[in-house]
Design a protein around this ligand. Structure first.
Ligand code: ZN
Length: 250
């Protein structure tokens, strides 16, 4: 029996930044943790189920105040399902720093979770939460992370219209010092995805499908497409695979 968490986690680093994909499995959860080596400040790209558990497993609770920005690529549960518990933990431990949350404009899943959290705890939340709804080519800079959002094409699985209808979805380019970290989120092959990863020092790319479907609406990248995107970056990691149990059954 393999260690499932180790099988689905990844790590990349240089002298400016540490990038940890604490866990990434399609349809379950994905969380990317970027830590600045200059300041110790942290940024999360997506916050899937178990993000709090995986942050604690790193051996420190400094993240309670050190997370500066949480950038969420789209509203699918496997990319934002860990937000509520993380906010709850930050409240319980008395976070004082303001928290920035970036989400695609129109991403009701994220705004609803934050709204529910505020409604439940209102004046007992000891930190301010700023939700920034961002769109294509929107820049968002804090003292620690310089972020650019790029629109990508992700088909909404909840779309029952039979039309090729896309959901609000973004990839992110994050700069720490001279280092550029890129993350596609979920996407089919598109110009936006190319723009996300172009010249990145490390590109984190979803590679959910083992092969591209011949027809139908495209939801995810195939392994081959993800490799092709990766060639546009200096280095890349392929994440967001299907769970082994699904592949074995499929
Ligand atoms: Zn998705």
């Amino acid at each position: 029996m393999s260690n499932l968490v180790e099988d689905y986690s990844y790590r990349w680093e240089n002298d400016e930044v540490l990038v940890e994909i604490t866990y990434s499995v399609a349809g379950v959860s994905t969380t990317v943790v970027i830590t600045s080596r200059f300041t110790g400040k942290m940024m999360l790209l997506d916050v899937g189920d178990g993000a709090l558990r995986d942050l604690l497993a790193r051996g420190s609770i400094d993240f309670v105040n050190d997370i500066d920005v949480i950038a969420i690529t789209h509203g699918h549960f496997d990319h934002m399902g860990g937000l509520y518990p993380l906010l709850g933990f930050m409240r319980m431990l008395g976070r004082s720093e303001p928290l920035n949350i970036l989400a695609p404009a129109g991403c009701v899943e994220v705004t609803n979770v934050v709204h529910a959290f505020r409604q439940a705890y209102h004046s007992t939340i000891p930190f301010r939460i700023f939700i920034h709804e961002v769109g294509n080519n929107t820049g968002f800079d804090t003292d620690f992370f310089k972020t650019e959002a790029v629109e990508v094409e992700h088909f909404g699985l909840e779309n029952t219209s039979g039309e090729d209808r896309l959901m609000p979805a973004l990839g992110f380019r994050v700069r720490v010092g001279q280092t550029l970290v890129a993350y596609t989120g979920d996407t089919r092959y598109c110009e936006g995805a190319e723009k996300v990863v172009q010249n990145a020092d490390i590109a984190i790319i979803e590679a959910t499908r083992t092969e591209a479907p011949e027809a139908g609406f495209r939801v995810h990248l195939s392994e081959e497409e993800a490799q092709r995107l990766g060639s546009l970056a200096k280095e890349f990691l392929l994440v967001h695979r299907l769970p082994a149990s699904v592949i074995n059954d499929g």
